[in-house]
Design a protein around this ligand. Structure first.
Ligand code: ADP
Length: 201
């Protein structure tokens, strides 16, 4: 089964959790730009050293850098038949880049999953994650800043994907499994074939 999907939502919306479940179900890689940046920062690669202060402050890495990173990742064999991008695109310029990249390959997106979560819930979740995981951009200040940047830079993307008829809007409040089911139902309602769960066919 294949599919080319995006998952979009504010920081703390639970994108990573849902992305892993959905990608597993479709047998496609979940590609999170934030994870790739953090991995590079941890390993002190040239890219990591370049983006560390930006990521720690909760600002967006420049589009040119982010776009190249995604281009390289999508060129890997495991992504040729499908992928789920988490945290990309986040700006209109990244949207245009991704569109062009896919068009070059004769590909297009199947759906854009939008996770909607109340801002208060999100800030509380991120506070907990900060306590558990110690992510260096989960300070109170950076959390609030990331919410603002999302509203300013990424919310406009939703209009673009809505106009393209790709948006699947999902209530992101509830149990993890419940939300995962909502996403699958949302995809089915767009006539996307969802693979049966392992062991259930
Ligand atoms: P969150 O959703 O909590 O902000 P992510 O792991 O998605 O966490 O992203 C962490 C950080 O990585 C962002 O604040 C930003 O600095 C950087 N980043 C991730 N994806 C992008 C992107 N598409 N464009 C620019 N910067 C990005």
């Amino acid at each position: 089964m294949t599919g080319r999907f995006l998952i979009i939502g504010p920081p703390g919306a639970g994108k990573g959790t849902q992305a892993a479940l959905l990608a597993g179900r479709f047998g496609i890689p979940a590609i999170a730009t934030g994870d790739i940046f953090r991995e590079n920062i941890k390993n002190e690669t040239p890219l990591g050293l370049e983006v560390k202060s930006i990521v720690d402050a909760g600002d967006y890495v420049p589009d040119a850098l982010t776009n190249e990173l995604v281009k390289d990742r999508l060129a890997k064999p495991d992504a040729t038949d499908g992928f789920l991008l988490d945290g990309y695109p986040r700006t209109l310029s990244q949207v245009a880049f991704l569109d062009a990249l896919l068009a070059q390959e004769g590909q297009k997106l199947d759906a854009v999953i939008r996770l909607v979560v109340d801002v208060e819930v999100v800030v509380e979740r991120l506070r907990k994650r900060a306590a558990q995981q110690g992510r260096s951009d989960d300070t109170e200040e950076a959390i609030r800043h990331r919410q603002e940047v999302f509203k300013r830079e990424t919310a406009p993307l939703l209009e673009v994907y809505e106009a393209a008829g790709l948006l699947v809007t999902i209530d992101g409040i509830g149990e993890v499994g419940e939300i995962a089911e909502r996403i699958l139902d949302g995809l089915r309602s767009r006539a996307i074939e969802v693979p049966s769960a392992a062991g259930q066919n």
